[in-house]
Design a protein around this ligand. Sequence first.
Ligand SMILES: Nc1nc2c(ncn2[C@@H]2O[C@H](COP(=O)(O)OP(=O)(O)OP(=O)(O)O)[C@@H](O)[C@H]2O)c(=O)[nH]1
Ligand SMILES: [Mg+2]
Ligand SMILES: [Zn+2]
Length: 298
Amino acid sequence: MEGKIIKGIAGFFYVSPNAGDQIYECKARGKFRNEKQTPLIGDIVKISTTNYEGSTKGDFLQGTIEEILPRQNQLLRPAVANVDQGIIVFSLSYPVMHLDLLDRFLVIMELSNIDSVIVLNKLDEAFGDKYKEIVNGYRLSGYKVICTSATDGDIDEIKALLKDKTSFFAGPSGVGKSTLLNAICPDFKLETGAVSQKIKRGKHTTRHTELLTLSFGGYVLDTPGFTSLKMDTIEPDLLQDYFIEFNQYKDKCKFNGCTHTHEPDCAVKLAVENGSIYKSRYQSYLNYFEELKNNKKW
Ligand SMILES: Nc1nc2c(ncn2[C@@H]2O[C@H](COP(=O)(O)OP(=O)(O)OP(=O)(O)O)[C@@H](O)[C@H]2O)c(=O)[nH]1
Ligand SMILES: [Mg+2]
Ligand SMILES: [Zn+2]
């Protein structure tokens, strides 16, 4: 039988078959461990079932994962396979948005070859008009940016984007990922938690990743908030490939292999100066480039 892994807890994988709505609680065959292959949420798997009397434990039928079908794509954090897009959520009020973290996540998404949509939530509490510069900056980079308010029910645009696709929600704790998903599909009844009054940060309310079925078609994953992201596996000289807006300029740099840091006649730097590249994105690039170069010395 073939199905999709919707959840993984403590060594068990929960598989939803293509036909029928019974969920199978499965163990993975030992061979996966030997081959250092871990089943991921979103994986399409073949399972064998033990459908005799008494084979149910609690609410679930029992099965064993025999085979993982080839993945269309995969991500390490959140650990998920076969997704169409990532919805990267940040907040326009508290917790305060760190563009540096957003840019890191976008690089990881480009590396993994998965489309990103940037959602800026808590529009109802936005600090003034300053966010408009950020919205324009990322649109200039080529990303889709949507401003939402989960509490005002201002979510139609994001809903349309999710229809008939497999998407995941990711972003820092407390930005409103679970609240948005509850507004989109009230049946989900996901747990949400207030942002700490004192430190203005989220409290890591969501602990598990689970693939949820959207009533209007498609799947969506809620994930725990992240606080930092490591990117130490990128060659410094390749980093520029993942800042997608640099691509249209870098052939015009004077030097072959220009890193767009200190070289003269750099088309990327010129584009930053004349406002064709958002300067905060370029600043993020410089920060990571330095960081990656320094890491390499070790
Ligand atoms: N004002 C306002 N508050 C919001 C909005 N969306 C969510 N919140 C509040 O923000 C807090 C955090 O929301 P959650 O949905 O738990 O945040 P999360 O991103 O799922 O956080 P983690 O699960 O910890 O990663 C809650 O108190 C929500 O009511 C919004 O659009 N406007
Ligand atoms: Mg949550
Ligand atoms: Zn250059």
